[in-house]
Design a protein around this ligand. Structure first.
Ligand code: GLN
Length: 529
């Protein structure tokens, strides 16, 4: 653990500020780690099977840019200036955020030549806080997926705990990089679970903030009413520090909330005495439509995952929390079908702008007119997943079907929000401060084991997608290891703008379990590092 690349962001920032190490040394340590574990970066037409024992988190390494940033932090310190709360801390950004003059691909051929003329607000704010960007990390194409395998940039990312498995997705590059010590923090995005599901699979902390808490400016859009940028880190305090840097209003995003931003680190150690934490039977099973029988079916969660949730409840109860059992969240089962409709409609709408004219990929073939230019550029530029989502989005929002699908999905979305309103209502029957659930119904699955089965793949998000519908914040944190020594994630969901409380509960759990045997285990790829 003495390697600089494994230090928490808050400890690394402290050492840099105290002059014990320089920002350049911290950068060198991160680059050395990348060299040791990452292997070839993802690239267009790359080989899916290359370097099967490596992480492949990166699409683009921005070493020269990082070096200039790190040197600037060291120069500030030498002049006696404050480099910011994340001064000199190496981080990565999911390649769905624009960074001025750095290729920003969304892991799609259609943006493979896109050098944005502007930088995403979250990236700007990380850098204003002194953080040093190592590069852009891989994801499912346009964030459409739960495994990273749909990236047009191959080899796609592998799970540092077992490289024969997926890291989860779509922020798989973010979660894998952080787990493997390739940067202390990563910026991810979550539309249906894309921060929390990979965080769970890779044994790290991931926070999906309240919708609007963090600006979407410069985020290449998927589902604009669902998308939330947020932090991926190795510990709870680093997630709080990152939120301090990135949260807040933004005049360039009219949906960014103007509510005041608290200091998320302030109450972290105040414990959970008197907080009400709920458990719901509706999050302890998977409910889905069986196409063969034509009926809804339920399956219990795997024993070891249910147990991790109960163990966490017990640990929190010991710290003084009040555990409330049997909270009904009856519309949870409609989260995926409802998301499948709404997110496809928004995706299809957002993908209209890629037409080969103003920016992005343009077909080299001679086109006889504008329509053909659009058609060729889009056919060649988009991978299979965006094409499927455009087709479905156009279908369910078409005049003759929208009443039946799109409008209905919006109505069900309100019912899901209603479950949370009832659970969190200050004068309600449950008065919860947070709901405690598993993050995912399985641990990390094998590469190629589910890819192509979009129905099975969607269950990966059944427990996370409801928070996106409702707009409420949700945090995933490590809650143990399975018998196969794969990370199990537990999730805390709270009312609007309750990030500080979620972080505080998470911190209490993290502290209470600090001595647990599983906490000492490290990802397999770090064996020799
Ligand atoms: N796995 C989900 C999907 O494919 C969620 C992705 C996300 O949150 N961006 O749509």
């Amino acid at each position: 653990m003495s390697h600089l690349a494994d230090l928490p962001a808050h400890e690394l920032a402290r050492r840099i500020r105290a002059g014990e190490v320089t920002a350049v040394q911290a950068l060198e340590a991160a680059l050395e780690r990348i060299q040791a574990v990452d292997g070839a970066p993802g690239r267009l037409d790359g080989d899916r099977n290359e370097g099967r024992d490596k992480v492949h988190a990166f699409v683009t390494l921005t070493e020269a840019r990082a070096r200039a940033q790190a040197e600037a932090v060291d120069a500030q310190l030498a002049r006696g200036e404050d480099p910011g709360p994340l001064g000199g801390v190496p981080y990565t950004a999911k390649d769905i955020f624009t960074v001025k003059d750095v290729i920003s691909t969304a892991a799609s051929r259609i943006l493979s030549n896109f050098k944005p003329p502007y930088t995403a607000t979250v990236v700007e704010r990380m850098e204003a806080a002194g953080a040093v960007m190592l590069g852009k990390v891989n994801l499912d194409e346009f964030t459409y997926g739960s495994s990273n395998e749909s990236s047009a940039y191959q080899p796609s990312t592998r799970n540092p705990w077992d490289p024969s498995r997926v890291p989860g997705g779509s922020s798989g590059g973010s979660a894998a990089a952080v787990a493997a010590g390739e940067g202390a923090i990563s910026l991810g995005t979550d539309t249906g679970g894309s921060i929390r599901q990979p965080a769970s699979f890779c044994g790290v902390v991931g926070l999906k903030p309240t919708y609007g808490r963090v600006s979407r400016y410069g985020l290449i859009a998927f589902g604009s009413s669902l998308d939330c940028p947020g932090p991926v880190t190795r510990n709870v305090r680093d997630a709080a520090l990152t939120m301090n840097a990135i949260a807040g209003p933004d005049r360039r995003d009219s949906t960014a909330a103007t509510a005041p931003v608290p200091d998320y680190t302030a109450g972290l150690d105040h414990g959970v005495q008197g907080l009400r934490i709920g458990l719901s039977p509706d999050y302890d099973k998977l409910t889905f439509f069986n196409h063969d029988s034509g009926k809804m079916e339920s399956r219990q969660m795997p024993e070891e995952i249910s147990k991790a949730v109960l163990d966490a409840a017990e640990a929190l109860a010991k710290q003084g929390a009040e555990i409330v059992e049997g909270v009904p969240m009856v519309h949870t089962r409609y989260g995926i079908p409802c998301y499948t409709v709404i997110s496809r409609v928004e995706a299809a709408s957002n993908l209209h702008r890629y037409d080969g004219v103003k920016f992005g990929y343009r077909s080299a073939a001679q086109a006889k007119d504008l329509r053909e230019l659009y058609r060729r550029s889009r056919s060649e530029g988009f991978g299979q997943e965006p094409k499927l989502r455009i087709l479905m989005g156009m279908y369910v929002s078409a005049a003759q079907y929208s009443e039946q699908y799109y409008r209905r999905a919006l109505q069900v979305r309100s019912l899901i929000r209603g479950d949370f309103d009832a659970a969190f209502a200050v004068k309600g029957a449950y008065k919860l401060d947070a709901l405690l659930t598993a993050t995912t119904p399985t641990t990390a699955f094998g590469m190629a084991s589910m890819y192509g089965d979009s129905v099975l793949m969607q269950f990966a998000d059944q427990l996370t997608v409801t928070a996106n519908h409702a707009g409420v914040p949700a945090l995933s944190l490590p809650g143990g290891l399975s018998a196969e020594r794969l990370p199990i994630g537990i999730q805390l969901i709270g009312p609007d703008f309750s990030e500080a409380a979620l972080l505080r509960i998470a911190q209490s759990y993290e502290t209470a379990t600090a001595g647990a045997a599983w906490r000492a285990e490290r990802p397999a790829v770090l064996a020799g590092a």
